[in-house]
Design a protein around this ligand. Structure first.
Ligand code: NJP
Length: 251
């Protein structure tokens, strides 16, 4: 089993969905966790409580990832509170904005790119400069970046830049023994759009039928499993990679 005892982690967007599951997983593995949120204070408090129940420590910190100064202060909290920074998971994102490219407005573009592109870029950049030697950085990407799909022009365009950056950063900071990888989920039950969708949602049924491994959606715990791998000892010689978490579906 992965043992993160003594490590300190920051997970952005950990008030719900994938980020919440990842933060709780890291806490259960022994890490002390800085739980970031933007507006979901109650969700972040629930994440902190789950980590404390598991016997570790956590603190909720509000920060808007589209503001580089706030990211820096967020990462600083790990050092001031826990004395170190070993793991950064760049998860915060807006899982919305679907529709034809021809309908995208400048305001919609700015909203999505501010969080998904600029926010992820500067989270990775600040993490690259601030994470301790031997640490790990994980970006939560999107399987939509693997194949052009109608309706995904805005969302996927905003997720692609940080995906590319993962490989570059892995080259630039690898000499410090820091790994940089991306976990690339498909549509995930209990997160984003699929937090509220019902069993008879046609999109849910489409996703459920896409995996050769069985008729179910991926879960937030499937994604947390992959993050556990990239933050633990077993991935010490793996960097710059994109790991598709899709139950074998090709995208
Ligand atoms: O999203 P959701 P997911 N600064 O909506 C936070 C990718 N992904 O778990 O407002 C800081 O449940 C927000 O905070 P708050 C996706 O692209 C997903 O699905 O306080 N935080 C909340 O904690 C994204 O990168 C699917 O509640 C900000 C969280 O982000 C990642 O997975 C499929 C923020 C969003 O929770 C997590 O998405 C896929 C800001 N400015 C990729 N804005 C999927 N769900 O199916 C938002 O391929 N947050």
């Amino acid at each position: 089993m992965t043992d993160l005892t003594g490590k300190a982690a920051v997970v952005t967007g950990a008030s719900r969905g994938i980020g919440q599951a990842v933060a709780i997983r890291l806490g259960r593995l022994g890490a002390r966790v800085v739980v970031n949120y933007a507006q979901g204070a109650a969700g972040a408090a629930a994440t902190v409580a789950a980590i404390e129940d598991a016997g570790s420590q956590a603190i909720a910190v509000q920060a808007d990832v589209s503001k580089p100064d706030e990211i820096e202060a967020l990462l600083d909290t790990a050092r001031s509170r826990f004395g170190q920074l070993d793991i950064v998971v760049a998860n915060a994102g807006l899982d919305e904005g679907l529709g034809p490219v021809l309908d995208v407005t400048e305001a919609e573009y700015d909203r999505m790119f501010n969080v998904n592109a600029k926010g992820a870029f500067f989270t990775l950049q600040k993490a690259g400069g601030m994470v301790d030697s031997g640490g790990s950085i994980v970006y939560i990407g999107s399987s939509s970046t693997l194949r052009p799909t109608a309706g995904f022009g805005l969302y996927t365009s905003s997720k692609l830049p940080a995906s590319f950056l993962v490989g570059v950063l892995a080259q630039e900071i690898g000499e410090r023994g820091v790994t940089v990888n991306a976990v690339v989920p498909t549509a995930t039950d209990g997160a984003g759009y699929f937090t509220e969708s019902k069993a008879d949602d046609p999109l849910r049924q489409l996703v459920q039928n896409a995996s050769p491994l069985g008729s179910r959606m991926g879960t937030v715990d499937d994604v947390a499993d992959a993050v556990e791998f990239f933050t633990g000892e077993l991935s010490r010689w793996i960097s710059g990679q994109q790991l598709l978490v899709s139950g074998g579906a090709l995208s």
